[in-house]
Design a protein around this ligand. Structure first.
Ligand SMILES: [Zn+2]
Length: 244
């Protein structure tokens, strides 16, 4: 392309007029857990769409968690996603490679969560995308392991699941306590939109975990502060159904 055409295009891309095209997808993994009710309270108060990738085993653990699932399902702004039944019991290497076992575990979570295809899902411990028009493997895996697990991803996708990874994480300590401050996270997000590469351009899937938002970590205030800060910077919040 001749240079005289490239420069105007670059200016157009950098234009603040396109700020509203920068969309953030808030996703929360591993619930229902302590912290989930605070997330739902904030969703209700702030009217933002979210996706909760839930673990079947957690959803049927006790009456309180079953009630959280029902409350989440009653909220139009909440998309319930499948994050497996067992969460691989956190032994990912053992879990993956047994394709039939992985697919069965995902179906078992569908039954507990009451989900029907096409189900939006996130595999436990894996940043993998398998969408009708987009596919990406987990860059943290070696080639051999990625190759070994690829049939699992493909069979899960072929069984009626749309798999979503993530672009950035609000990290937590093993206790569940968030690592980055809200201000730091927002500056990371600004930087990523300016210089980063996302799975899809101008769409950032933010990974968080329900346990980060429990009262002990001031979860409700922190999540509210994050949403307020991102709104002030004119980011839009997207529904996962509109991601594709
Ligand atoms: Zn998880």
């Amino acid at each position: 392309m001749p240079l005289r055409y490239v420069l105007p295009i670059l200016l157009l891309v950098a234009s603040p007029a396109l700020a509203a095209d920068r969309t953030i997808y808030l996703t929360f993994d591993d619930g229902p857990l302590n912290g989930t009710s605070n997330i739902l309270d904030v969703v209700q108060a702030e009217q933002v769409p979210v996706t909760l990738f839930m673990v079947g085993m957690h959803a049927e653990a006790n009456a309180a968690n079953r009630a959280l699932l029902q409350r989440a399902k009653s909220m139009p702004l909440v998309t319930i996603g499948n994050h497996s039944y067992s969460h691989a019991y956190n032994h990912y290497r053992h879990f993956y490679g047994d394709t039939e076992g992985v697919v069965a575990d995902m179906f078992r979570a569908n039954a507990v969560l009451g989900l029907k295809p096409a189900v939006r899902a996130r595999l436990p411990g894996r940043d993998v995308f398998r969408l009708p028009d987009y596919s990406k493997d987990d860059n943290s895996l070696g080639l051999a392991e990625a190759g070994r697990e690829d049939p699992d991803y493909e069979f899960v996708a072929a069984s009626g699941f749309w798999l979503y990874g993530w672009d950035h994480e609000w990290v937590h300590e093993s206790s569940g306590k968030p690592v980055q401050s809200v201000d730091h996270l927002v500056s990371e997000i600004d930087h990523l939109f300016a210089y980063g590469h996302f799975a899809k351009p101008n769409k950032l899937i933010l990974l968080m975990h329900d346990e980060m938002f429990q009262d002990a970590f001031d979860g409700k205030a922190k999540l509210t502060a994050l949403i307020t800060a991102l709104r002030l910077r004119h980011y839009a919040f997207g529904t996962i159904a509109d991601y594709d």
